[in-house]
Design a protein around this ligand. Structure first.
Ligand code: C2E
Ligand code: CA
Ligand code: CA
Ligand code: CA
Length: 274
Protein backbone atom coordinates (compact mmCIF):
# COMPACT_ATOMS: atom_id res chain seq x y z
CA UNK A 1 0.00 0.00 0.00
CA UNK A 2 1.13 3.52 -0.74
CA UNK A 3 1.88 5.65 2.27
CA UNK A 4 2.47 8.93 0.49
CA UNK A 5 -0.81 10.64 1.24
CA UNK A 6 -2.39 10.16 -2.12
CA UNK A 7 -6.09 9.47 -2.16
CA UNK A 8 -5.73 5.75 -2.55
CA UNK A 9 -8.23 5.10 0.24
CA UNK A 10 -7.33 2.03 2.20
CA UNK A 11 -10.41 2.52 4.35
CA UNK A 12 -11.40 -1.10 4.82
CA UNK A 13 -7.97 -2.61 4.29
CA UNK A 14 -6.02 -1.15 7.17
CA UNK A 15 -4.64 -3.26 9.97
CA UNK A 16 -5.64 -1.85 13.34
CA UNK A 17 -2.43 -3.21 14.81
CA UNK A 18 -0.59 -0.46 12.96
CA UNK A 19 -2.22 2.10 15.22
CA UNK A 20 0.19 3.75 17.55
CA UNK A 21 -0.68 5.91 20.50
CA UNK A 22 0.14 9.00 18.52
CA UNK A 23 -2.20 7.89 15.73
CA UNK A 24 -5.03 7.46 18.22
CA UNK A 25 -4.33 10.91 19.56
CA UNK A 26 -4.22 12.31 16.02
CA UNK A 27 -7.50 10.58 15.20
CA UNK A 28 -9.19 12.14 18.22
CA UNK A 29 -7.99 15.55 17.12
CA UNK A 30 -8.86 15.02 13.47
CA UNK A 31 -12.38 14.07 14.51
CA UNK A 32 -12.71 17.50 16.12
CA UNK A 33 -10.97 19.37 13.32
CA UNK A 34 -14.09 19.85 11.21
CA UNK A 35 -16.45 21.08 13.97
CA UNK A 36 -13.61 23.23 15.34
CA UNK A 37 -13.05 24.85 11.96
CA UNK A 38 -9.39 23.83 11.70
CA UNK A 39 -9.40 22.65 8.07
CA UNK A 40 -8.42 25.02 5.27
CA UNK A 41 -8.65 24.79 1.49
CA UNK A 42 -5.74 25.99 -0.60
CA UNK A 43 -6.16 26.60 -4.32
CA UNK A 44 -3.64 25.85 -7.03
CA UNK A 45 -4.19 27.41 -10.43
CA UNK A 46 -4.56 25.39 -13.62
CA UNK A 47 -3.59 26.93 -16.95
CA UNK A 48 -3.80 26.52 -20.69
CA UNK A 49 -0.21 25.60 -21.51
CA UNK A 50 -0.05 27.46 -24.82
CA UNK A 51 -0.72 30.95 -23.41
CA UNK A 52 -0.91 30.53 -19.64
CA UNK A 53 -4.58 31.52 -19.38
CA UNK A 54 -6.26 30.48 -16.15
CA UNK A 55 -8.64 27.54 -16.69
CA UNK A 56 -9.44 26.40 -13.14
CA UNK A 57 -8.19 25.54 -9.68
CA UNK A 58 -7.49 22.39 -7.71
CA UNK A 59 -8.63 22.43 -4.09
CA UNK A 60 -6.06 20.97 -1.67
CA UNK A 61 -6.87 20.51 2.00
CA UNK A 62 -4.63 21.63 4.89
CA UNK A 63 -5.07 21.35 8.64
CA UNK A 64 -4.32 24.23 10.96
CA UNK A 65 -3.59 22.05 13.99
CA UNK A 66 -3.83 23.84 17.37
CA UNK A 67 -0.58 22.28 18.69
CA UNK A 68 1.32 20.93 15.71
CA UNK A 69 0.79 23.91 13.44
CA UNK A 70 0.09 23.79 9.74
CA UNK A 71 -0.21 20.21 8.48
CA UNK A 72 0.04 19.05 4.87
CA UNK A 73 -2.23 16.24 3.56
CA UNK A 74 0.53 13.61 3.83
CA UNK A 75 0.42 14.08 7.62
CA UNK A 76 -3.28 13.29 8.03
CA UNK A 77 -4.99 12.03 4.84
CA UNK A 78 -3.71 8.43 5.26
CA UNK A 79 -5.10 8.33 8.80
CA UNK A 80 -8.34 9.96 7.64
CA UNK A 81 -8.67 7.17 5.08
CA UNK A 82 -7.97 4.39 7.57
CA UNK A 83 -10.49 5.72 10.05
CA UNK A 84 -13.18 6.64 7.54
CA UNK A 85 -12.97 10.30 8.59
CA UNK A 86 -12.03 11.01 4.96
CA UNK A 87 -15.72 10.79 4.02
CA UNK A 88 -16.78 13.77 6.15
CA UNK A 89 -13.53 15.57 5.37
CA UNK A 90 -14.20 15.11 1.66
CA UNK A 91 -17.72 16.48 1.90
CA UNK A 92 -16.44 19.38 3.98
CA UNK A 93 -14.00 20.27 1.18
CA UNK A 94 -16.76 20.20 -1.46
CA UNK A 95 -18.92 22.44 0.70
CA UNK A 96 -16.07 24.85 1.45
CA UNK A 97 -15.17 25.10 -2.25
CA UNK A 98 -18.76 25.80 -3.32
CA UNK A 99 -19.16 28.39 -0.53
CA UNK A 100 -15.99 30.07 -1.81
CA UNK A 101 -17.31 30.10 -5.36
CA UNK A 102 -20.58 31.63 -4.19
CA UNK A 103 -18.54 34.32 -2.40
CA UNK A 104 -16.47 35.00 -5.54
CA UNK A 105 -19.65 35.30 -7.55
CA UNK A 106 -21.10 37.73 -5.01
CA UNK A 107 -17.95 39.84 -5.46
CA UNK A 108 -18.60 39.87 -9.20
CA UNK A 109 -15.69 37.61 -10.13
CA UNK A 110 -16.15 35.24 -13.06
CA UNK A 111 -16.08 31.62 -11.90
CA UNK A 112 -13.78 28.89 -13.18
CA UNK A 113 -14.14 25.17 -12.38
CA UNK A 114 -12.58 23.95 -9.14
CA UNK A 115 -11.35 20.36 -8.98
CA UNK A 116 -11.86 18.46 -5.73
CA UNK A 117 -10.12 15.21 -4.76
CA UNK A 118 -12.60 12.40 -4.11
CA UNK A 119 -11.79 9.17 -2.33
CA UNK A 120 -13.23 5.69 -2.89
CA UNK A 121 -15.01 5.55 0.47
CA UNK A 122 -16.89 8.71 -0.50
CA UNK A 123 -18.00 7.33 -3.87
CA UNK A 124 -19.27 4.18 -2.15
CA UNK A 125 -21.63 6.16 0.02
CA UNK A 126 -25.25 5.89 -1.06
CA UNK A 127 -25.76 9.57 -0.21
CA UNK A 128 -22.87 10.81 -2.39
CA UNK A 129 -25.05 11.98 -5.28
CA UNK A 130 -27.73 13.75 -3.20
CA UNK A 131 -25.07 15.39 -1.03
CA UNK A 132 -23.13 16.78 -3.98
CA UNK A 133 -26.32 17.96 -5.66
CA UNK A 134 -27.56 19.39 -2.39
CA UNK A 135 -24.34 21.35 -1.90
CA UNK A 136 -24.47 22.74 -5.46
CA UNK A 137 -28.08 23.83 -4.96
CA UNK A 138 -27.46 25.29 -1.49
CA UNK A 139 -24.66 27.50 -2.77
CA UNK A 140 -26.36 28.27 -6.08
CA UNK A 141 -23.32 27.09 -8.06
CA UNK A 142 -23.78 25.30 -11.40
CA UNK A 143 -22.32 21.82 -11.77
CA UNK A 144 -19.95 22.92 -14.51
CA UNK A 145 -17.88 24.77 -11.92
CA UNK A 146 -17.14 21.52 -10.07
CA UNK A 147 -14.71 18.86 -11.22
CA UNK A 148 -14.19 15.59 -9.35
CA UNK A 149 -10.72 14.04 -9.31
CA UNK A 150 -10.83 10.27 -8.98
CA UNK A 151 -8.07 7.67 -9.28
CA UNK A 152 -7.74 4.76 -11.67
CA UNK A 153 -8.27 2.13 -8.98
CA UNK A 154 -11.63 3.67 -8.03
CA UNK A 155 -12.85 3.27 -11.61
CA UNK A 156 -11.74 -0.33 -11.90
CA UNK A 157 -12.99 -1.67 -8.59
CA UNK A 158 -16.67 -0.86 -9.03
CA UNK A 159 -17.17 0.21 -12.64
CA UNK A 160 -20.95 -0.20 -12.80
CA UNK A 161 -21.76 1.74 -9.65
CA UNK A 162 -19.22 4.43 -10.50
CA UNK A 163 -20.51 4.65 -14.07
CA UNK A 164 -24.07 5.32 -12.89
CA UNK A 165 -22.90 7.87 -10.37
CA UNK A 166 -20.58 9.81 -12.65
CA UNK A 167 -23.09 9.80 -15.50
CA UNK A 168 -25.72 11.28 -13.20
CA UNK A 169 -23.38 14.03 -12.04
CA UNK A 170 -22.37 14.75 -15.60
CA UNK A 171 -25.96 15.53 -16.45
CA UNK A 172 -25.60 18.39 -13.97
CA UNK A 173 -22.44 19.55 -15.77
CA UNK A 174 -19.97 18.20 -13.20
CA UNK A 175 -16.77 17.02 -14.93
CA UNK A 176 -14.51 14.12 -14.01
CA UNK A 177 -10.71 13.95 -14.08
CA UNK A 178 -8.49 10.94 -13.52
CA UNK A 179 -5.79 11.92 -11.03
CA UNK A 180 -2.20 10.62 -11.17
CA UNK A 181 -2.95 9.00 -14.52
CA UNK A 182 -0.48 6.33 -15.55
CA UNK A 183 0.55 5.29 -12.05
CA UNK A 184 -2.32 2.91 -11.27
CA UNK A 185 -3.17 0.11 -13.68
CA UNK A 186 -2.13 -1.14 -17.06
CA UNK A 187 -5.66 -2.27 -17.91
CA UNK A 188 -7.30 0.73 -19.49
CA UNK A 189 -10.50 -0.88 -20.75
CA UNK A 190 -12.51 1.22 -18.31
CA UNK A 191 -11.53 4.40 -20.19
CA UNK A 192 -13.91 3.77 -23.07
CA UNK A 193 -16.83 2.96 -20.81
CA UNK A 194 -16.63 5.69 -18.23
CA UNK A 195 -17.52 9.35 -18.68
CA UNK A 196 -14.10 10.94 -18.21
CA UNK A 197 -13.26 14.50 -19.27
CA UNK A 198 -9.62 14.94 -18.28
CA UNK A 199 -6.51 12.83 -17.78
CA UNK A 200 -4.15 14.37 -15.23
CA UNK A 201 -0.66 13.21 -16.15
CA UNK A 202 1.12 12.29 -12.94
CA UNK A 203 3.96 14.57 -11.91
CA UNK A 204 6.43 11.68 -11.75
CA UNK A 205 6.27 11.60 -15.58
CA UNK A 206 6.42 15.37 -15.93
CA UNK A 207 9.29 16.28 -13.64
CA UNK A 208 12.24 15.30 -15.88
CA UNK A 209 10.45 15.69 -19.20
CA UNK A 210 12.99 17.82 -21.05
CA UNK A 211 15.73 15.21 -20.42
CA UNK A 212 14.07 11.82 -19.80
CA UNK A 213 13.42 9.86 -23.02
CA UNK A 214 11.31 7.39 -21.03
CA UNK A 215 9.06 10.08 -19.60
CA UNK A 216 8.78 11.73 -23.00
CA UNK A 217 7.55 8.45 -24.48
CA UNK A 218 5.03 7.90 -21.68
CA UNK A 219 3.66 11.44 -21.83
CA UNK A 220 3.37 11.32 -25.65
CA UNK A 221 1.45 8.04 -25.34
CA UNK A 222 -0.96 9.48 -22.77
CA UNK A 223 -1.60 12.58 -24.92
CA UNK A 224 -2.24 10.37 -27.96
CA UNK A 225 -4.63 8.20 -25.97
CA UNK A 226 -6.49 11.24 -24.65
CA UNK A 227 -6.79 12.72 -28.14
CA UNK A 228 -8.23 9.47 -29.52
CA UNK A 229 -10.77 9.33 -26.68
CA UNK A 230 -11.47 13.08 -26.91
CA UNK A 231 -10.30 13.82 -23.42
CA UNK A 232 -8.36 16.82 -22.19
CA UNK A 233 -4.82 16.34 -20.86
CA UNK A 234 -3.50 18.21 -17.83
CA UNK A 235 0.15 17.84 -16.82
CA UNK A 236 0.84 17.99 -13.08
CA UNK A 237 4.07 19.27 -11.57
CA UNK A 238 4.99 21.76 -14.32
CA UNK A 239 7.89 23.49 -12.61
CA UNK A 240 9.69 25.39 -15.36
CA UNK A 241 9.40 27.04 -18.74
CA UNK A 242 11.34 24.31 -20.51
CA UNK A 243 8.80 21.69 -19.40
CA UNK A 244 5.87 23.93 -20.34
CA UNK A 245 7.29 24.39 -23.83
CA UNK A 246 7.96 20.67 -24.27
CA UNK A 247 4.36 19.93 -23.28
CA UNK A 248 2.95 22.53 -25.68
CA UNK A 249 4.95 21.01 -28.53
CA UNK A 250 3.70 17.54 -27.58
CA UNK A 251 0.08 18.74 -27.70
CA UNK A 252 -0.73 18.70 -24.00
CA UNK A 253 -3.67 21.01 -23.24
CA UNK A 254 -3.40 22.18 -19.65
CA UNK A 255 -0.87 22.36 -16.83
CA UNK A 256 -0.55 22.89 -13.12
CA UNK A 257 2.55 23.27 -10.98
CA UNK A 258 4.95 25.47 -9.06
CA UNK A 259 6.09 27.01 -12.37
CA UNK A 260 2.65 28.67 -12.54
CA UNK A 261 1.76 28.96 -8.86
CA UNK A 262 1.87 27.12 -5.54
CA UNK A 263 -1.36 26.27 -3.74
CA UNK A 264 -2.48 29.29 -1.69
CA UNK A 265 -5.50 30.35 0.41
CA UNK A 266 -8.35 31.94 -1.54
CA UNK A 267 -7.43 35.41 -0.19
CA UNK A 268 -3.99 35.11 -1.79
CA UNK A 269 -5.24 34.28 -5.30
CA UNK A 270 -4.60 37.08 -7.70
CA UNK A 271 -7.54 36.40 -10.00
CA UNK A 272 -5.72 37.29 -13.14
CA UNK A 273 -8.33 36.35 -15.72
CA UNK A 274 -6.65 38.21 -18.57
P1 C2E B 1 -2.56 15.32 -5.68
O1 C2E B 1 -4.04 15.31 -5.81
O2 C2E B 1 -1.77 14.62 -6.72
O3 C2E B 1 -2.18 16.86 -5.59
C1 C2E B 1 -1.03 17.42 -6.15
C2 C2E B 1 0.05 17.60 -5.12
O4 C2E B 1 1.24 18.04 -5.78
C3 C2E B 1 -0.26 18.68 -4.09
O5 C2E B 1 0.36 18.30 -2.87
C4 C2E B 1 0.43 19.90 -4.69
O6 C2E B 1 0.74 20.89 -3.74
C5 C2E B 1 1.67 19.26 -5.25
N1 C2E B 1 2.25 20.04 -6.36
C6 C2E B 1 1.61 20.89 -7.18
N2 C2E B 1 2.47 21.39 -8.10
C7 C2E B 1 3.68 20.85 -7.86
C8 C2E B 1 4.97 20.98 -8.47
O7 C2E B 1 5.18 21.71 -9.43
N3 C2E B 1 5.98 20.24 -7.94
C9 C2E B 1 5.80 19.41 -6.88
N4 C2E B 1 6.84 18.73 -6.42
N5 C2E B 1 4.58 19.25 -6.27
C10 C2E B 1 3.54 19.97 -6.76
P2 C2E B 1 -0.43 18.36 -1.48
O8 C2E B 1 -1.29 19.59 -1.42
O9 C2E B 1 0.58 18.13 -0.41
O10 C2E B 1 -1.42 17.13 -1.56
C11 C2E B 1 -0.94 15.81 -1.57
C12 C2E B 1 -2.04 14.83 -1.85
O11 C2E B 1 -2.99 14.79 -0.79
C13 C2E B 1 -2.84 15.15 -3.10
O12 C2E B 1 -2.13 14.72 -4.24
C14 C2E B 1 -4.11 14.38 -2.84
O13 C2E B 1 -3.99 13.04 -3.24
C15 C2E B 1 -4.24 14.44 -1.34
N6 C2E B 1 -5.27 15.45 -1.01
C16 C2E B 1 -5.14 16.79 -0.92
N7 C2E B 1 -6.31 17.37 -0.62
C17 C2E B 1 -7.22 16.36 -0.54
C18 C2E B 1 -8.64 16.31 -0.27
O14 C2E B 1 -9.33 17.33 -0.08
N8 C2E B 1 -9.22 15.06 -0.27
C19 C2E B 1 -8.50 13.93 -0.52
N9 C2E B 1 -9.15 12.75 -0.50
N10 C2E B 1 -7.19 13.95 -0.79
C20 C2E B 1 -6.55 15.15 -0.79
CA1 CA C 1 -5.52 15.70 -7.26
CA1 CA D 1 -2.21 14.19 -8.85
CA1 CA E 1 -5.94 17.16 -26.60
Amino acid sequence: AKADGRNTCRFFESAMSEDTLSNILLETRLRRAIPNGELRVHYQTQHRLADGALTGYEALVRWQHPDDGFLMPAAFIPLAEETGLIVELGFWVIDAVLAQQAAWRAEGRPLVPVAVNICAAQLRRADFLPRVRGALARHGVEGRYLELEVTESMLIDEPEAVMTLLSALREDGVTVAIDDFGTGYSNMAYLKRLPIDTLKIDQSFVRDLPVSRENQAIVRAIIQLADALQMTTLAEGVENEETRRWLVDAGCDLGQGYGFARPVPAEALEHDYA
